[in-house]
Every structure is written in C-alpha cells, then in structure tokens.
Design a protein around this ligand. Structure first.
Ligand SMILES: NC(=O)c1ccc[n+]([C@@H]2O[C@H](COP(=O)([O-])OP(=O)(O)OC[C@H]3O[C@@H](n4cnc5c(N)ncnc54)[C@H](OP(=O)(O)O)[C@@H]3O)[C@@H](O)[C@H]2O)c1
Length: 259
C-alpha cells in the first residue's frame, strides 16, 4: 500500500522528529510549515517533499492539498502545527493571543483536515480490502486538564480534542482512522520559548531537574500508531514522562524506589 504521510508543523520539534521517524521506516513524507529554510534542511536529510503553507490560510491550504494530490497523494495526515502563547490568567490575558492560539490549533487543524479528506479518500479507493488511511491530531494533556495560566491554550487544545472526536463519528464507516496523541511535558527547542515570548532563561525552567519527553519519544509513539494493523484505531494516546504523574504533579530530582 502507498505509505505517504503529510505532517504539518514539520519545521521544528515534534513535527520534524515525526518526519525523520516516518522516513526511517520507509514512508514517503510531505513536510509542511511556514519556514522554508528549515523545511529545505529537513528535506536534504530525509528526502521529504516540502510545502510552505500557513495552515490558518484557507487558500494556502487548498494549494497544499492540490500539490499533495498531484505529487502522489497521501494515506496519512498528522495535524501537528500548533503552539501556546502566554501563561497569563484568564483575567489578564489578551484576546489577540487567544485568537492566534485558536487559529493555529483549531482552525488550522480543521482547514487541513477538510482539504485533505478528499485526498485521503482518493487513496482509500485504491487500497486492498481491509486497509485504512489515517489522521492523527497532536493535542496535549492541556486538552484534557485545565491549569491556572493555561487559559487560551487549554481552550484551544480542549477544542482540538473535541473536533477529533466529532471527526471520528462523522467518518464512521469509512476506511479512515482518527487518532489523537496528547503529550505532557516535551522538551522541544521552540515551544516554551515561543510561549514565553523569547524569555530563554524562563523557557528552561519547566525542564530543570526532570527528564521530560523528547520530540523523538513522541514521534516514535506517533508513528507506532500508524504502524498498527489497519483495523486498529488508537483513539487517544496520553503520553507523559514517568516523572510527571499529572499536569499538576511533576517530580523534580532522581526517581527512587521508596524504602
Ligand atoms: N512541547 C510540548 O511540551 C508539547 C506538549 C504537548 C503538545 N504539544 C503540541 O505539539 C505540537 C508540536 O509542538 P512542538 O513542541 O514541536 O512545538 P514547536 O517546535 O514550536 O513546533 C510548532 C510547529 O508548528 C508550526 N506552525 C506554527 N504555526 C503554524 C502555521 N500557522 N502554519 C503552519 N505551521 C505552523 C511551526 O513551524 P513554522 O513556524 O515554520 O510555521 C513549527 O514547525 C503543537 O501542536 C503543540 O501544541 C507540545
């Protein structure tokens, strides 16, 4: 079967690691993001086809789907583009930040999903009986548990979780799996730096004295969901470092058996 997957937000962090992992297992990959230079570097390393696209822009997303269709189609989609802005309270936060988070984490996911569904269906028509195509949405544990200062990011990721469940119901009966991967603490280069608007020292703090997940950890589990037998749909995968037993409990220091 054709194994070609579109990964949004592939210019850094989890998205880039996901493209690398898929490529390592022989998948054809389409890497999507706004920063062309980073996509080019990833293409040189992995052979990915690259498409520069802002997922919040419907015209650009329509062009993305056309290009994917014209260059070989796709049997998989990973909606990973997203991020957080700010840690202010609901009272003190800004609507501009909230709008941006909703645009990328929710509207962007909807744009790409809606544009790519006909492409996935085209591929599905040529599959052998029993084979399936796949959509996986990268949400967060912030889409399942609210926390103080989470405001707009919690709201956006809760929405992305809800949309994933709606989509699974709406696609019932089609050979398209709909999966969600919700990671906890992942140390990527840019996520917290962007959230804290460039405060490099502050951006290191969540990862101090703890072993967080890496982008590669998330990518390995994510690709594993695609590599399950085609009738298996992992509806929701929650992935945390051992040191983080909930959004509210992160153990700092070595992990040790109790006396
Ligand atoms: N790191 C964590 O702790 C963590 C935990 C749970 C969930 N997540 C989620 O996992 C996903 C990836 O996170 P990450 O840590 O890898 O963050 P990251 O390194 O900041 O990556 C975000 C990616 O999204 C892309 N992107 C942002 N806005 C976009 C837009 N409008 N159009 C197209 N691409 C866009 C960025 O590329 P360009 O700027 O080049 O467009 C970048 O490649 C996000 O959805 C995030 O919310 C992260």
């Amino acid at each position: 079967m054709l194994k070609r997957v579109v990964v949004t937000g592939a210019s850094s962090g989890i998205g880039a690691a996901t493209v690398r992992h898929f490529a390592g297992l022989g998948w054809q990959t389409v890497a999507v993001a706004r920063r062309e230079d980073r996509l080019k570097a990833l293409a040189a390393e992995t052979g990915a086809h690259t498409i520069v696209c802002d997922v919040t822009d419907e015209t650009q997303v329509a062009a993305l789907a056309r290009e994917v269709a014209e260059t070989g189609g796709a049997t998989g989609l990973v909606n990973n583009a997203g991020g957080a802005l700010g840690i202010e309270s609901v009272e003190a936060s800004s609507n501009d930040d909230w709008r941006q988070m909703f645009e990328v984490n929710v509207i962007g996911l909807r744009n790409v999903t809606a544009a790519m569904l006909p492409v996935l269906r085209d591929a599905a028509r040529h599959l052998a009986p029993g084979e399936t195509t796949s959509i996986l949405n990268l949400t967060s544990t912030a889409g399942h548990d609210a926390y103080a200062g989470g405001g707009g990011y919690n709201a956006a990721k809760f929405a992305a979780h809800a949309v994933t469940n709606v989509l699974r119901l709406e696609l019932a009966g089609e050979p398209i799996r709909v999966m969600e991967l919700a990671p906890g603490l992942v140390h990527t280069e840019e996520f917290t730096l962007n959230r804290l608007r460039g405060d490099a020292a502050g951006a290191q703090k969540p990862y101090e004295n703890v072993t967080p997940l890496t982008a590669e950890d998330v990518a390995r589990v994510l690709v594993g969901a695609f590599e399950q037998p085609p009738h298996v749909n992992q509806d929701l995968i929650v992935l945390r470092p051992v040191a983080q037993s909930s959004v509210f409990h992160t153990h700092r220091g070595p992990l040790e058996p109790r006396a």
